[in-house]
Design a protein around this ligand. Sequence first.
Ligand code: NAD
Length: 379
Amino acid sequence: MEGFVAKANDPRESRTALTPDSAEKLIGLGINLSAEEGLGEKSGYPDRLYAEKGVNLRPDDAALTSADLILGLDIPDAQTVARFKPGSLFVGFLDPFFRTDLLHALARAGVSAISMEMIPRTTLAQKMDVLSSQMNLAGYQAVITGANRLNKALPMMMTPAGTISPCRVFVIGVGVAGLQAIATAKRLGARVEAFDTRPVVEEQVKSLGAKFVKIDLGETTQTDQGYAEELTAEQIALQRRGMAKVCANSDLVITTAKLFGRKAPTLVTREMISGMKPGSVIVDLAAANGGNVEGTLPDREVVLENGVIIVGHGLLEAEVPFHASQVYASNIANLLEHFWDEESKSLHLDMEDVILQGCLLTHGGQIIHPTFKERLAQR
Ligand code: NAD
């Protein structure tokens, strides 16, 4: 089986879908791997390390067109998809809820496409779960970024010149990124508070030594995958009211509240920001999905008139590309290993497999995933 690992299209992207370690594992299975020179350069993995593991490095991406398996990182463009071999398998990010055009292109090209975002959030699939592996690092990096922009130190310090009080950090949305943000801020000595609409999260927040902000929103629900359901307009208004004072008292606010496959809710309004202290920082991890903060601009830093800084970042995990690539490449290698058939030395896509049913979006020239088939039928 011939595998090709594509370089990212997005110039901001610094991660890679293959590390020398994951290359060793995949070549060990029996996949002939080739990639473009400089594949892991931006993430801290030089060509030499890949060559030592047996990856065939080439000056261009010509091998893409004959590969049976293409591993990618960011969303491929339509021109690249048109170069994929019919019957090949693509594995990577696809942003399927917002990029139905790409699903059509993949189906038309006869490509089987696995969307890494759609891997089910189950214990069995945990080692392939890219949302967890990447958001964990994004949550960490959100605190580091916020700490860098603040004009204050995070921990309490008792010095002969006086006591420095600890910074107050407020984390909104306590999924994978939020939990890591809480843990990181605690390690740096901040006083941390957090809120999520899923009540089950309260215990997790407390176990990390942070305070759970209580806001009574009435009934809130979550999907069978554990994702939060959208709140009503009244609930959002209640939530904003409940959070305004906490935001005003916080030095660093980190928002991570996303709704899977939908635009993120606006939770921190201009009015709430106007009550915050000058020099306070908001890091909005939902910026790429519309943002949790009014006035967020994706991948931009906005300094407001009252001195509050909003950092809108959609790709914070790419700021620690060495580790983000390590875990992403490992997620992919685990997925391929799961579907590997030792006897035939090839991938066996078992259509009865629940992990595959969750993440295989196109196959045999069609969009086959029920969620996207339904969406298209409703149009
Ligand atoms: P996510 O990125 O979709 O959302 C981040 C957080 O924002 C979630 O906790 C969500 O509840 C919260 N949120 C949404 N609307 C909000 C609002 N109005 N106010 C405050 N918070 C709001 O979530 P995620 O990190 O991808 O996690 C999704 C689920 O998957 C969680 O239940 C998590 O425990 C679960 N999970 C399971 C596994 C596993 O079993 N293998 C692995 C990882 C995650």
